[in-house]
Design a protein around this ligand. Structure first.
Ligand code: PGA
Length: 251
């Protein structure tokens, strides 16, 4: 039985003050609710220490928004898995489309970052997804396959036993244009079938989140789909009521 997971990707948003009030809202909401899914927040890395302190004694877990592919040394601006782990990170988002598009992270580099997360004992949240023009050209499955294959080629299918996949169609991220539950389910089922051809246990156990304009109003019908195991949430993760409603929908 797969456990639903809702993760908030705060991106480059927040301040000490706004983060405290967001966490206060989430903690009090979660303590009053019957939420049963796993709940993760991924702040900008400078805020990891304070968030880590503030979520002690709560059900909220901590993730990073990226991780260096190397374990240490002369890599200016990067953060190693061991450093993230020291501040209580249990998850690392890998290959988010903003990293791929704005910072030119290739499939190969994303695969190396995935490997680094595993070495650092962090659970990778591997993001995959197609651009609008790729969808319109009928290339969705080919693109998602290529992104997964880079990781499988480097780390092997068994490595996905300790990972999470987030299917995030790029055209749905931050646009308010979410994939319909059927559109998302179709790709999630494709991913599971592709993995099943290599290892059926990995395929049936792996959590596959959906991401892209998920909010309190559309989460229920997305999460009701057979192969959607929660969400990776951007904008709505910055609003406690919305994020709590999404966690409730995953329960
Ligand atoms: P969004 O972002 O929910 O704002 O569309 C999702 C993501 O980028 O992970």
């Amino acid at each position: 039985m797969r456990r639903m997971l809702v993760a908030g990707n705060w991106k480059m948003n927040g301040s000490l003050e706004s983060i405290k009030s967001l966490l206060d809202g989430l903690k009090s909401g979660l303590s009053r609710s019957e939420v049963k899914c796993d709940v993760v927040v991924c702040p900008s890395s400078v805020y990891l220490p304070t968030v880590s302190e503030q979520i002690v004694d709560s059900a909220i877990k901590l993730g990073s928004q990226n991780i260096c592919d190397q374990d240490g040394g002369a890599y200016t601006g990067e953060i190693a898995g061991s450093m993230l782990a020291e501040f209580g990170c249990q998850y690392a988002i890998i290959g988010h489309s903003e990293r791929r598009a704005l910072y030119a992270e290739s499939d190969e580099l994303v695969a190396k970052r995935f490997a680094a997360a595993r070495r650092g004992k962090l659970t990778p949240i591997l993001c995959v997804g197609e651009l609008l023009e790729e969808r319109e050209a009928g290339q969705t499955e080919a693109v998602v396959s290529r992104q997964l294959d880079a990781v499988i080629a480097l780390e092997g299918i068994d490595a996905l036993a300790d990972a999470i996949i987030a299917y995030e169609p790029v055209w749905a991220i931050g646009t308010g244009k979410t994939a319909s539950p059927d559109q998302a389910q179709e790709v999630h089922a494709f991913i599971r079938k592709k993995l099943a051809a290599l290892n059926s246990d990995v395929a049936s156990n792996i959590v596959i989140q959906y991401g892209g304009s998920v909010n309190g109003a559309n989460a229920n019908e997305l999460f009701a789909m057979e192969d959607i195991d929660g969400g990776l949430i951007g904008g709505a993760a910055l609003k406690p009521d919305d994020f709590l409603a999404i966690c409730q929908a995953a329960t």
